[in-house]
Design a binder for this molecule. Structure first.
Ligand SMILES: Cc1ncc(COP(=O)(O)O)c(C=O)c1O
Length: 381
């Protein structure tokens, strides 16, 4: 680490976890070499589908028929029937003209921005958008302007201020922010985009499956100025990979011009088949999202009852704002010692002074776990 200058308390350590015998358990090997079970309060496997037998069987079956890996990009020879089926099914589910698959959401976001922004674009993005979107904006050559999180008057100020400078305006938001757990005021943002003739990209990574009309996200049924909806299969779908949903023209532009789409090995057929099976489950279980949101509300209220720290989150992502990085790490260690894996989120992921313990509520958790968690949290000193 001689050439990397990172403060000691910001150095991240990789660790390996195995899955435990219950859907809410992860296992680690402790310092004494013994297996230790931890309750997973941090993964994005919101419905536990990564460990669902039918979803796993669908992936397994597809591997036998279509191969484990795709072997090349979609353009060369990596495209399999399961890719086409998944694209069509997602397009139908979200009522969008076209869907394109990607091996990861990080790449999908880069491709989305590359399709809509260039040196002549002013990209006005919420302060809390995901790093993949920032990377995409930088790669596009567009000029990045940030507006305060979910702040409509700041967004309007920026739209007014920068409009005359260059030719096109692109606004980028998430529907459910991964760190704040906050929902975007989408209808009002749409009005502003229309008023200033700006295009809109919305990343629905954390909302899909849970939020909106039967889990179809906040952007379902909303068209102009939304140009691209980004979704991932690595969260509520319990698989991996991602997609962009858009109109035919935008889709064709991505296919013909996007390097993030073109120069990468296509999504594994097994992951596509797993995602397809998860989609079926999410469609068949219309109230999973609604029930998870109600359960999450309960988590938030119960946590609030036992801590003086501020507790935020509109949906299933809940953050306990501690402030100091060291104190947040202490809480993470304390929780882990008591059997809960909830991760300290620190700068540069979030601003200095806003370090937090982030909790993701999942369908696999239960009331007893909630009770145990709050009783442990109550005793944190
Ligand atoms: C909002 C958001 N967008 C995109 C991504 C990237 O998705 P993936 O993990 O599939 O690369 C993430 C992942 O953490 C995310 O939280």
């Amino acid at each position: 680490m001689r050439n990397i200058k990172i403060p000691k308390n910001r150095i991240r350590k990789l660790r390996t976890l195995s899955i435990g015998d219950k859907k809410y358990y992860l296992e680690t090997i402790n310092k004494k070499g013994f297996k230790e079970k931890l309750i997973d309060l941090c993964s994005n496997d919101y419905f536990g589908l990564s460990r669902d037998n039918e979803v796993i069987e669908a992936a397994h079956k597809s591997s036998r028929i279509e191969g484990l890996g795709s072997g090349s990009s979609l353009f060369i020879s990596g495209s399999r029937p399961v890719h086409n089926t998944l694209e069509k099914e997602i397009a139908k589910w979200l009522d969008r003209e076209k869907v394109l698959l990607f091996p990861s959401g990080f790449q999908a976001n880069i491709a989305a921005i590359q399709a809509l922004a260039n040196r002549n674009t002013i990209v006005i993005a919420d302060k809390y958008i995901h790093n993949s979107l920032i990377t995409g904006i930088k790669a596009s050559g567009g000029k990045l302007i940030r507006f305060l999180h979910n702040n409509l008057s700041d967004l309007e100020n920026k739209l007014t201020k920068f409009k005359p400078e260059r030719k096109s305006l692109l606004v980028i938001i998430e529907s459910l922010y991964s760190m704040e757990g906050s929902l975007a005021p989408l209808n009002k943002i749409i009005k502003l985009c229309n008023k200033y003739n700006a295009k809109l990209i919305i990343d629905e990574a954390h909302a899909l499956g849970i939020v909106g009309n039967f889990g179809k996200g906040l952007s379902y049924k909303l068209k102009d100025p939304i140009q691209i909806v980004c979704g991932t299969f690595g969260k509520a779908f319990g698989s991996g990979g991602a997609f962009l949903a858009c109109d035919e023209e935008t889709c064709e532009k991505i296919i013909q011009t996007s390097s993030a789409f073109r120069y990468t090995t296509a999504l594994s057929p097994a992951l596509a088949a797993g995602a397809l099976s998860s989609l079926q489950k999410i469609k068949n279980n219309k109230y999973w999202g609604r029930d998870l949101l109600a359960f999450s509300h309960k988590w938030k209220e119960e946590i609030r009852n036992v801590t003086n720290y501020s507790v935020i989150g509109d949906c299933h992502i809940i953050s306990i704002i501690i402030g100091s990085e060291d104190d947040t790490l202490l809480m993470q260690k304390y929780l882990e010692k008591n059997g809960f894996l909830a991760i300290a989120i620190r700068p540069p992921t979030i601003p200095v002074g806003e370090s937090r313990i982030r909790i993701t509520v999942k369908k696999t958790l239960n009331e007893r776990i909630l009770k145990d968690f709050v009783s442990v949290l109550k005793d944190f000193k």
